[in-house]
Structure formats: structure tokens, C-alpha cells
Design a protein around this ligand. Structure first.
Ligand SMILES: [Zn+2]
Ligand SMILES: [Zn+2]
Length: 350
């Protein structure tokens, strides 16, 4: 075991505070990563505040959150072939999976039916708690490590590992591209990446946001159209318009209303996670053979494809870099949507 330091919630709902803990000694296929940056994802807040307890077996405290991890390889195990010391690498939402089920074999490790080992607030195959990226280093099997774009700043790429892939995967799966009309609901950490990626994929992109407050930003990010959902006219005007809607907001929206904006055979994909159940009017699905779907991050292969796509198109996240000591303040600002569009912690400040 070797010492690592970071910031943790020592118990549920506690503010994050400095914390020292143990990482495993690197095994022969392990990569040791010196963490340079870690994005702040809304789910970090939910998890440290134990707000998802009904969806998981246990919450493990002290909890070191963080699953948008970007850093540099500082050492490698004897059998590592994919990475070498000095490489710019990343780690996303999971660090292992069973590797043998049909989903793992298909590169869909995030849907592993046996055991996806999440990057934090989980247990690895030995039962040891996992600790995330708000820390100085992490030890991960090379097969679950990503190569970061060499031509782009590492800090602005960190959030691609959750926010980026969360949007890229459904955009690809439901064929966003030239000739397709795609709507992104909500222009936050997820939504702003949805706009950039859908635009780069060649789709005609519309932002559906509560107000027109961020309209100029939306257009700058690549949106062709921008509508306020607080204006009832929007729903009349855009009825039957979209091939694909990606809903990134966790607010209690009337999903039936949004489904009515889809064309025949259109799909609305849910990637935001509302706290309470949302009722659906079956007519809004039946009238137009529409689908309501969900999607959760992406597998290793697809995450690498997304990073390579971003490298090729020069796409990064719009970020605000904060020192580790300001993480609790940053959490409060995330809850108020007071960030454009993702906080990234500079680990040099740890
Ligand atoms: Zn996340
Ligand atoms: Zn599996």
C-alpha cells in the first residue's frame, strides 16, 4: 500500500476536507497516474451527500469523489504495454468491470451485468473501497485508462471523461449527423458538450433552455437555434420537429410535452436524473411511434473514440479552474447553476 492524499467527505453530507488514505501497490498491469486535474460532476455532490442511497447497496465514507480525472503517467507495472511514463492519460467513471459478460465483451463495460467497479464510492474485486480523483494520484489497470488528446489543454479535457461521453454516446447511438435535427435540453455542464458534439457531428442543433439568458453562449458553442421553454409558444411552434432530443436536466419537467416535439420515430434520451418519478402520457409516445430512452456514460472503446474525435475537432469543455480548497464553494455554485460550464480542480493546489 502507498499513501495518497486528497479531499473527502468524512461522513454523509459533511463538507469536503483534507484526507489521507492508502492506494494499492501497482500490479503488473497497473498504471500509476499523477493527477493534474479533476472535474466536478453534479453526481459528486449527490454521492457525497448520500442522495442516491436508494439506488445503491451502500455509500462508503470517508468518500473521495471525482471521476473526470486527467493526469500524467508516473510509473507502470511490468506488463503494461499501452502506456509509458509521461503519457497524458485520463480515468472516467469506472476503473474495472467483470471483463467476461456479453456487455463487457461488446465494449459496454458501463452496463456490465456482473460488477462495474465505479471510480469511487464502490468496492473493487477484492472488496476494497475505491477512491476518486480529488487526490494526488490513482492506480488503475491499463485497460481502464484513456489516452488524452495531446493537442489540447489537459484541464479543459478532464470533463470529457464524464460530461463529454455522457452526450457523445447517445448522439452516436441514435445517429446524430448531417440531415438530423437534434435538440439539447438544458445548457449546463452536460448540455454545453451536447451542443458542441452534435454540431461537430454535423447535426442541426437546437437548444431548449428555460430562458434566453445563455442564448449568445449557445450560438457560440454551435447551436443553430435557441428557444426558451418558459415560453409556451415554443412547444406549439416546434411540435414534431426533432429526430432526437437529449434531455440533460434533472428538474421535474413534463416529459410528455417534450415528446410531442419529436418527429415520427423520434427518440428522447434521458441523461439527467430527476429526483422523483415523472409520469408519462402514453399518447405522446403512441402518436408518432416515439421512443423514450436512457443512456449512461460510455464504454472504454467509445470513450477513447470520443477523446480522439475531440482531438480531431479541437473540442474541449468550457471550464473554470478552482483550487482544491474552494471545492465546497464550487459545489454550492454548481447547485445554483453558477458555472460556465464545468469546474475543474487544479490538483497542484492540493
Ligand atoms: Zn459524472
Ligand atoms: Zn461484465
Amino acid at each position: 500500500m502507498s499513501k495518497s492524499k486528497g479531499y473527502a467527505a468524512l461522513k454523509a453530507k459533511a463538507p469536503l476536507a483534507p484526507y489521507s488514505f492508502e492506494r494499492r501497490e501497482p500490479r503488473e498491469r497497473d498504471v500509476v497516474i499523477e493527477i493534474k486535474y479533476c472535474g466536478i460532476c453534479h453526481s459528486d455532490i449527490h454521492q457525497t451527500r448520500d442522495e442516491w442511497s436508494e439506488y445503491q447497496e451502500e455509500s462508503i465514507f470517508p468518500m473521495v469523489p471525482g471521476h473526470e480525472i486527467a493526469g500524467v503517467v508516473s510509473s507502470v507495472g511490468s506488463k503494461v504495454t499501452k502506456y509509458k511514463v509521461g503519457d497524458k492519460v485520463g480515468v472516467g467513471c469506472f476503473v474495472d468491470s467483470c471483463r467476461t459478460c456479453a456487455e463487457c465483451k461488446a465494449g459496454l463495460e458501463q452496463y456490465c451485468t456482473v460488477h462495474t467497479v465505479w471510480t469511487y464510492n464502490a468496492r473493487d474485486k477484492e472488496g476494497t473501497p475505491t477512491y476518486g480523483g480529488y487526490s494526488d494520484r490513482i492506480v488503475v489497470d491499463e485497460n481502464y485508462v484513456l489516452r488524452m488528446p495531446s493537442n489540447l489543454p489537459l484541464d479543459a479535457c478532464a470533463p470529457l471523461l464524464c460530461a463529454g461521453i455522457t452526450l457523445y454516446s447517445p448522439l452516436k447511438h441514435w445517429n446524430a449527423g448531417p440531415g438530423k435535427k437534434v435538440a439539447i435540453v438544458g445548457l449546463g455542464g452536460l448540455g454545453h458538450m451536447g451542443v458542441k458534439l452534435a454540431h461537430a457531428l454535423g447535426a442541426e442543433v437546437t437548444v431548449l433552455s428555460q430562458s434566453l439568458k445563455k442564448q449568445a453562449d449557445g450560438k457560440r458553442l454551435g447551436a443553430d437555434h435557441y428557444y426558451a421553454t418558459s415560453d409556451a409558444e415554443t412547444f406549439t411552434k416546434l411540435k414534431g420537429t426533432f429526430d432526437l432530443i437529449i434531455n440533460t436536466v434533472s428538474a421535474q419537467l413534463d416529459w410528455s410535452e417534450y415528446l410531442s416535439l419529436l418527429k415520427v420515430d423520434g427518440t428522447m434520451v434521458i441523461v439527467g436524473l430527476p429526483e422523483k418519478d415523472i409520469p408519462i402520457d402514453a399518447f405522446s409516445l403512441g402518436a408518432g411511434r416515439r421512443s423514450l430512452a436512457g443512456s449512461q456514460i460510455g464504454g472504454i472503446r467509445e470513450t477513447q473514440e470520443m477523446l480522439d474525435f475531440c482531438a480531431q475537432h479541437g473540442l474541449t469543455c468550457d471550464i473554470e479552474v478552482v483550487p482544491m480548497q474552494k471545492v465546497n464553494e464550487a459545489y454550492e455554485r454548481v447547485l445554483k447553476s453558477d458555472v460556465r460550464y464545468r469546474f475543474v480542480i487544479d490538483m497542484a493546489t492540493l
